[in-house]
Design a protein around this ligand. Structure first.
Ligand code: 13P
Ligand code: SF4
Length: 303
């Protein structure tokens, strides 16, 4: 931790001078999550907080689609991402052209886009969702069939929770698709008292082998509420590090998988972002306007 201290001090000072707010996803490393972030959360919470942000500058500690979502919701603010190469295998799996072709193939069927998509894709769909509200969003449309993109596993999980017929795209999260039911069963065989909780981006047999499924925020809430003696979080590695600091007595068992994109965000790059005001996220205003309708429809669903 001493190695982080000068960065933490400089970032927090500059943040105040720039009237900036730092939004950090639950997968950010503990020194970011606990020492420089003003707001932490899952994709839905970060989108909601971006919409409310009372600051001139948003520094997004997360991946590019998250920074785009903030820019979509806050067109008048400067949105910075400390590493513009922080991508996402889900966002990379589909384009706006793909969505237009889907619309032609399924006329009249509403399209829901996971927030893990580019602004171009969000501009083409009817509404966005996150893993926190996906079932609620799908059911809010009142349609018998809904297209859900781009995560085929999230779509399968939603299909298991609703009577609405789900038509899926073929994307997958490169982090969550690597977990197997076999590795979970081995942990359970070694310790039958272990609790296993999984993110809905995991394959269906992994979810079936788990005790609870939910977004990153819902997983954190579950651990804080249940206080299990031993728990395995089937998701990105930093989650356990971040929750462990707030739940003494809970023993977090690995395996976990790293998201290489999330791990591109580091303290020196956050400092550079604030010093040089880079990299600024920009979106074609016409695309942003259409994408905003999809994101705002989601954000306003329950407010
Ligand atoms: P949530 O934090 O919304 O559950 O999303 C997980 C994720 O993979 C973000 O990249
Ligand atoms: Fe994308 Fe998966 Fe990384 Fe989340 S964990 S940013 S879904 S690649």
């Amino acid at each position: 931790w001493p190695v982080f201290a000068p960065y933490v001090k400089a970032i927090n000072e500059l943040k105040a001078a720039r009237n900036a707010v730092i939004l950090a996803h639950n997968y950010q490393t503990p020194e970011i999550f606990h020492c420089v972030a003003d707001i932490v959360g899952d994709s839905l919470q970060l989108a909601q907080e971006a919409a409310r942000a009372d600051a001139d500058v948003i520094v997004q500690c997360g991946v590019h689609f998250m920074a785009e979502t903030s820019k979509i919701l806050c067109p008048g603010k400067t949105v910075l991402i400390p590493d513009p190469e922080a991508g996402c295998s889900l966002a990379a799996s589909i384009t706006g052209d793909d969505v237009r072709r889907l619309r032609d193939s399924y006329p009249g069927v509403p399209i829901v886009a996971y927030v893990n998509t580019t602004a171009d894709v969000k501009a083409e769909v009817d509404i966005c969702c996150t893993s926190s509200n996906a079932v609620e969003v799908v059911e809010s449309l009142g349609a018998p069939r809904v297209i859900m993109l781009p995560d085929r596993y999230l779509a399968k999980w939603v299909a298991s929770q609703t009577t609405v017929e789900i038509i899926a795209w073929h994307g997958a999260c490169e982090v969550h698709e690597r977990f197997t039911a076999g590795e979970l069963e081995a942990y359970r065989a070694a310790d039958p008292s272990i609790r296993i909780i999984a993110h809905p981006e995991c394959p269906p047999d992994v979810i079936a082998a788990s005790d609870f499924t939910g977004s990153t925020a819902k997983m954190i809430d579950w651990v804080k509420r249940e206080r299990p003696a031993r728990v395995l979080l089937v998701t990105e590695c930093s989650m356990a590090d971040n929750v462990a600091a707030e739940t003494p007595g809970v023993n977090f068992v690995r395996p976990c998988n790293l998201c290489p994109h999330m791990k591109r965000i580091q303290l020196p790059k956050i400092l550079d972002a604030l010093v040089y005001m880079r990299e600024e996220v920009t979106i074609d205003p016409l695309v942003a306007e259409r994408a905003r309708r999809s994101v705002e429809r989601m954000v306003n669903l329950r407010s």
